[in-house]
Design a protein around this ligand. Sequence first.
Ligand SMILES: CC(C)(COP(=O)(O)OP(=O)(O)OC[C@H]1O[C@@H](n2cnc3c(N)ncnc32)[C@H](O)[C@@H]1OP(=O)(O)O)[C@@H](O)C(=O)NCCC(=O)NCCS
Length: 287
Amino acid sequence: MSIELKTEYWEDLDAREAFKTFILDIHGLDFTEWEARGYWDNAYTPFSYFKDGQVIASVCIYLLDAIIAGRQTKLIQISGVGTHEDWRRQGLSRELTDLGLQWARGQHEGVFLFADEEAIPYYERCGYSSLSETLEFYHPEQVPNKQGLIHLDPSNQEHLDKIYNYAKNRAPISDKFSVFSSKLLMFHALYTIRNNIYEIPDLECLVFFGREGDVVNVYDILGRTIPSFEKIYPYISSEADRRINFYFHTDKLGIRKIQTDIITGNNTFVKESFPVSAPAFPFTSRA
Ligand SMILES: CC(C)(COP(=O)(O)OP(=O)(O)OC[C@H]1O[C@@H](n2cnc3c(N)ncnc32)[C@H](O)[C@@H]1OP(=O)(O)O)[C@@H](O)C(=O)NCCC(=O)NCCS
């Protein structure tokens, strides 16, 4: 039997199941909880080759909302890329990517992706170039800790609904450069930063953050408006804090002493005409 191309097949539940099995096999990633909780995203469009009902190669084209210099736009993230071992080096992955980008033509301003280490030679071979990213940080002054931070637990349905509600109604985290999707954010809430979600009811916002020693990593801030960090910090501060890293641009946070590092070699790849140089891709925009 020859191989069959399928796209936009999320309504076909057998095909969707085969895709989930494939992603689990290739990337060790189990989408079951994301799907079961109702956050499966139709904006995540698969281009897959099937054989005997199984996926043998696949690429997803994720069309995402973005802000570039205050302007609303769309960007494509390429994700869920893989070819079954028996079918590699036959041009399938490149072919699927070309088909996907052809399908998305005219709908976006740029293409980006985050490569696994071992896939870098493949992306280079396919004409992608690596992009430096910006990391913004500052050294905080000590402030007295303020009561009123609530830890949210995604296994509690009420908390999960609350997080999704914030995600759907959020203001973009940055006017300079931002990429966002409420369903992708829920993926991070359930998987990558599940234990790092806090609400500050006084400020009507959520803060996703964690600590590594004396470093605070802030992954995202969600609110209808974004409070200044001066207001937020007392709720999350600790005497031990020496540095705060932000995984997004901080232009809305009003931090006077912000510093920037340019990070190279972090496996971010783009198509040639990407419209921003050295952006900070929000942590919660990574698929
Ligand atoms: C990376 C991967 C998707 C490539 O799939 P594939 O179907 O074998 O890729 P293609 O055959 O379309 O390759 C396109 C080009 O890249 C080259 N290429 C593919 N894999 C390569 C590798 N590991 N090193 C160097 N070049 C590679 C191919 O030779 C081909 O070049 P050419 O036609 O100019 O000679 C596949 O190896 C894979 O699934 N790896 C494990 C999962 C993974 O890393 N996914 C990416 C996560 S970001």
